[in-house]
Ligand binder design. Structure first.
Ligand SMILES: [Zn+2]
Length: 60
């Protein structure tokens, strides 16, 4: 089961966006960053906003 957990503090990624590995660990810095154990990239998942609802459709 895949469940997206969203908190104000940290969005939890399930896969590295760069190499696709699942072995992600919280990084000590910067704040709320994740470190990929495979490709060693450190990244932050940031919510930009909600997508606009096309005209004529009801927002859910
Ligand atoms: Zn990676």
């Amino acid at each position: 089961m895949t469940e997206v957990v969203m908190t104000e503090a940290r969005a939890v990624p399930f896969y590295c966006p760069y190499c696709g590995e699942e072995d992600l660990r919280p990084a000590t810095a910067p704040h709320a960053a994740w470190s990929c154990a495979d490709c060693r990239r450190v990244f932050v998942v940031r919510l930009v906003g909600m997508a606009a609802v096309p005209t004529g459709q009801v927002a859910r």
